[in-house]
Structures are given as C-alpha cells and as structure tokens.
Design a protein around this ligand. Structure first.
Ligand code: CP3
Length: 346
C-alpha cells in the first residue's frame, strides 16, 4: 500500500482526505516515451486487445508520477465493434467506422451481447491490471455515454457539427430512441463487467454532449444516459464519475442523469459549477489541458486558483478539463501532480 492510496476513493465519496487526489484523463498515451515502445510495434487496437500490453500501458503513468488513480488502457469505441461495426484507427484521421449506422436496417443488425463475451479482453486486462497494481491505487473502468457513442456510430468518425447524427435524432426520433436504448443497455452491461473484473471506480465519458441544447439533451439523451448509469448502479456498488465537455448549459441535467462525481472542463469556473450542482456530488476537473504547455509558474498559478476556489471541499478530484494532449511536456505532468499534493496537504 502506498501512502494515501485510498484518497481517490474517499474523495469520490466526499470524505475527508489527506491531500486532494489527482489523475489525468488520457494519462497513458502518446505524450509518454514509454508508450511508443509498444506503439512503434503494434496497432492501437492490437494493444487494446492484448491484456499484457494494456496492463503495461496502464501502469506507465502510475510508475512515472504519484497519481492517485489508474485508468485501464482501453478506448471508448471497441464496444461499437462488438456490436457489429467495422472500427479502424487511421493514422492522422483518428477513429473511422467503415459501415456507419444510417438506416433502420443498420440498427436492426446491431448485436447486444453480454460484455464478458463481447469484449473478454477488457475484463482480462482489468483483472491483470488490478493484480499488477496490488492495491497501490484504485483502477478506473470506463465507457462512453450513449450520445457520444451514437455520434461516432452514425457519423462514422469524428465530426464537427454531428449533422448526420442529429439528422437522425430530429428526423426519426423513434429510431433514435431505439438506437440510444440499445446503446444504453450495452454500456450498462459493459460497466458492470468492468467492476466484476476489479475496477474500483467507473467513469462515463460524454465527450461530445456539449453540442446539444439543454432542451435536446433532456428530450433525446438524458433518459438513455440515466438508463446506462442506473443499470450499472443497481448491480455494482462503486463510485461513478459522469464527465462531459462544454456542459455549462446542462450541468444540472448531467447530474440528473446520474453520477457521484461530475467532471467539468475549463470553460466554467469550478466553484460556480459546484454551486450549481450542489453539495451532494463531488466535482472533477478543471484545468485547461493546454496550460500544461505553459511555464511551470503559470501552471502553478492556474492550479492554485482552482484549488483555492474549492477551498479543500470534500469531493474535489483534481484533473484536466479534458484528456492530456499528445505534445504535453512530461516533466510538467510530474511536477503538477506533486504540486497538487503539496499545496493541499492537510
Ligand atoms: O485515459 C487513459 O489513459 C485510458 C485510455 C483512454 C484512451 N481513450 C486511449 C486512446 C481513454 C479513457 C480514452 C477515451 C476516449 N476515446 C474518448 C473520451 C475522452 C475524450 O478525449 O473525449 C474518446 C472521444 C475516444 C475516442 C478516440 N480514441 C479518439 C477520438 C481517438 C483518436 C484521437 C486521438 O487522440 O488520437 C482515439 C485513439 C486513442 N485512444 C489513443 C489513445 C492512447 C491514441 C491511439 C494511438 O496511439 O494512435
């Protein structure tokens, strides 16, 4: 056991901690040299599907910095592959789905199988990583939220305005709801499987939800996010972090959909966000990932401002407002982790 190994779990439950816990979304990845020892030799999907490699990469940031949580090295999108979509990661383009969902027939063809059977490599990787972590820090399991996953599945890749996905949403609401409901079922089951394999905390990523108006979120998305989270929560008893970006207009609705901790980006002051959310949830965030490119004095100043504004309130988990960027200087990441711990030591 490492000193403070339980501070992340305690913060998720809004209990007192010896220092504010810190971890980073995308903390394992291309900005670390060690990542390339694998990535130079294997495709991203092969890495995700090989439990030994997934475990090794999950451990890289835990070994390099004093982070308070590990997150399993997997991705949001392989669940779509398990449902019958043809997923590929194309260099320079990001994820591509070669047979995107465009018609009722495409929705009919989707398969929702038990996650243990559909993505056995994810459960295997979690079991292996938990054993490797040996209680040092908890392991986070994760999944995409229905909206973000359906956007990828319908658009066939990343998108600026989600015109095709929203076209389905507005144009064929019954089909939209049917698709979102299937997605929610698959996500809920995948979250359960990850906890059964040993994940101690869950995070649901609704990365693209900021594209919606509050009214559209409530009507077309909220019931499905709520369902995915409720399926997991009924079955397994671990804290769940519900994260989105660009959510200033829908914070209260995100909370309504579920989660013990709400993740916020940097486009809103964290104290303002927390006041709106209320004291019965924790808050995770909210440093702009680009601040990590600044001189360390500026990183300290901006981090200090976030920490001062939450005033050591129980339930704060320090993180960036979105994932670490590829060219982030590693040294700044290491120093930031230590700074957060030292600055908040009680
Ligand atoms: O956080 C971690 O360290 C765990 C692993 C993790 C990855 N992706 C690894 C990854 C997690 C939690 C994710 C989540 C994820 N994946 C999200 C939600 C978070 C966010 O950024 O909003 C999304 C939208 C995806 C989908 C995805 N995967 C995209 C858009 C891309 C390509 C863009 C990019 O950054 O390259 C990926 C690929 C991906 N996922 C990589 C990694 C390390 C890079 C793959 C490579 O080596 O080429």
């Amino acid at each position: 056991m490492r000193d403070g190994s339980d501070r992340f779990l305690k913060a998720c439950r809004r209990e007192c901690v010896d220092a504010t816990p810190v971890w980073f979304m995308r903390q394992a990845g291309r900005y670390m040299k060690a990542y390339w020892t694998y990535r130079d030799r294997y495709s991203f999907l092969d890495m995700v599907k090989t439990p030994e490699i997934s475990t090794a990469i999950t451990m890289q940031p835990v070994n390099a910095y004093d982070v308070d949580a590990a997150i399993i090295f997997q991705d949001l999108l392989p669940i779509l592959e398990s449902m019958g979509l043809d997923l590929d990661y194309v260099k320079g383009e990001g994820p591509v789905i070669h047979n995107p969902i465009r018609t009722v027939v495409d929705i009919d063809a989707l398969i929702v199988r038990p996650a243990e059977e559909a993505m056995p490599y994810a459960s295997d990787a979690i079991r292996m990583a938990v054993s490797e972590l040996n209680g040092r820090v908890p392991l986070i399991g994760f999944a995409g939220a229905p909206f973000t996953l359906v956007c990828y599945a319908v658009e066939g890749g990343s998108s600026r305005n989600y015109e095709i996905a929203k076209g389905l949403m507005y144009g064929e609401p019954a089909q939209w709801h049917r698709l979102m409901d299937m997605m929610a079922t698959a996500i809920g089951d995948y979250l359960i499987a990850q906890v059964r394999a040993g994940a101690g905390v869950l995070q649901v990523f609704d990365s693209w939800v900021g594209a919606l108006s509050p009214a559209d979120y409530r009507e077309y998305v909220l019931p499905h996010s709520q369902k995915a989270i409720a399926i997991a929560k009924e079955e397994v008893d671990v804290p769940l972090i519900h994260f989105g970006t660009g959510t200033s207009g829908i914070l209260e609705l995100l909370k309504e959909a579920g989660g013990d901790v709400i993740g916020v980006d940097w486009r809103i002051d964290i104290d303002v966000a927390w006041r709106r959310l209320g004291d019965d949830v924790g808050v995770q965030g909210n440093l702009d990932p680009v601040v990590l490119f600044a001189p360390f004095e500026e990183i300290e100043r901006q981090t200090g401002r976030i920490l001062d504004s939450v005033k050591g309130k129980s339930g704060h988990i320090f993180n960036l407002g979105h994932g670490i960027l590829q060219r982030t200087p590693v040294e700044n990441v290491r120093r930031l982790v230590d700074f957060v711990h030292e600055y908040t030591a009680r």
